[in-house]
Design a protein around this ligand. Structure first.
Ligand SMILES: *Cc1c(COP(=O)(O)O)cnc(C)c1O
Length: 375
């Protein structure tokens, strides 16, 4: 094992986050762009992995722009970056009355409807120095952004973009994880047609998957989130590196006779005498219950099947294939990592890597691997 987990006697689990690899993934993504800039989307505490560690590393790597979901996240990020140089954009929109906070922390709202646009214009009119904003145009996802009515009004009053100091028009792809989907082309054409009818400012369409749909989707700025951690659903040849490993402690090992049942519901019956290890990670730690009976943990490179149901705080693993005393109580096994990736776990749990990563929970002790430019 690479890490000396014995330094923490209390820990049931360790989540190891490779910040160097995140930076290297950022550089790989940037190298795919010809003219576009590469932002980073760090909403939900950098997908649960820790914005405090990840944002400064990306800042140092030259990332010019950060997207988050909420104003709270934006303020937190501004304090972490500890300077006003980089743009921080709030995807969830401009909430009434929050103009002064945006100004204080130099936060750029992404305006999501005409009403927000008007409120922003009113707020900006009160300022001596105009604050910039971005505008989200819905190109077919029907989630956030100006709808057709709003866009009609905007096209009749294009000067409002100037008054609002809009520097970026953005839209979001619904199906970038399905490269074959006709929806991608449809949204691309729609976005082109919308921005053509408006004054020329910067444009942004692509999330992680969008980057891999090709240069036509890049425009002036791309906004990867998940790809920073090595995963781009639907695009397998991504050249990105896994950044997340999860290790769980062996709490107990026991010999169990043939015919005995394991765990809640007694769903797993042993067909032979076996050695069963109980590991201190469960669904409350984001090791999803739907992985019951499906997932595999690793001792070095030896696969060990998870047997029986996943509990809130533990799982049971059949370690009979290992030589006796090879794995001992107190040792750690690998639950997620290069042998069993977030993508594999998500796919077996019938969810997406986004949910798997953001669900990894707060109970793990965290190691951040960071050698380059150590902060
Ligand atoms: C979350 C999000 C992103 C990043 O998406 P990934 O698929 O993680 O790259 C980009 N843009 C918007 C509008 C988002 O909501």
């Amino acid at each position: 094992m690479l890490y000396n987990f014995n330094i923490n006697k209390k820990a049931n689990s360790f989540l190891v986050i490779d910040v160097d690899a995140i930076v290297s993934n950022y550089q790989t993504l940037r190298s795919k762009l010809t003219n576009a800039h590469c932002a980073a989307t760090l909403k939900a505490n950098a997908y649960g992995l820790g914005v405090k560690k990840i944002a400064p590393a990306l800042d140092k790597a030259g990332c010019p722009t950060f997207f988050v979901a909420t104003l709270d996240e934006a303020v937190e990020l501004r304090k972490i970056l500890n300077n006003n140089r980089k743009s921080i954009l709030v995807l969830n929109g401009f909430l009434t009355g929050t103009g002064p906070i945006c100004k204080q922390y130099n936060i750029t709202p992404v305006l999501n409807n005409f009403c927000q646009l008007e409120k922003w214009v009113d707020f900006n009119a009160t300022l001596e120095f105009q604050q910039k904003a971005a505008l989200h145009l819905d190109s077919g996802m029907n989630r956030l952004g100006l709808d057709n009515n709003d866009i009609g009004r905007l096209i009749k009053n294009p000067h409002i973009l100037n008054k609002a100091n809009i520097y970026l028009l953005l839209s979001h792809l619904a199906c970038s994880d399905e490269p074959e989907s006709t929806m991608n082309k449809r949204q691309l054409l729609e976005f082109h047609s919308l921005i053509r009818r408006l004054p020329r400012v910067m444009a942004s369409l692509a999330n992680s998957g969008g980057i891999y749909l090709g240069e036509k989707f890049h425009f002036d700025l791309v906004r990867p989130g998940l790809a920073l951690y090595g995963s781009v659903p639907g695009h397998l040849q991504s050249n990105l590196t896994n950044c997340i490993s999860l290790y769980g402690r062996v709490l107990q090992i026991r010999e169990v006779d043939k015919g005995e049942l394991i765990g809640y519901g007694g769903t797993y019956e042993l067909t032979k005498k076996s050695r069963i290890a109980t590991i201190g990670v469960g669904y409350a730690d984001g090791y999803q219950r739907s992985l019951s009976g499906l997932s595999t943990v690793f001792h070095h490179s030896s696969p060990l099947p998870v047997v029986g149901r996943i509990s809130m705080d533990s799982i049971t693993v059949d370690i009979s294939s290992l030589p006796e005393n090879e794995l001992k109580e107190g040792n750690f096994v690998e639950l997620i990592g290069k042998n069993f990736t977030i993508d594999q776990a998500a796919s077996l749990a019938q969810t997406v890597p986004y949910e798997m990563i953001t669900g990894l929970g707060r109970r793990h002790y965290r190691y951040y691997n960071q050698t380059k430019d150590g902060l």
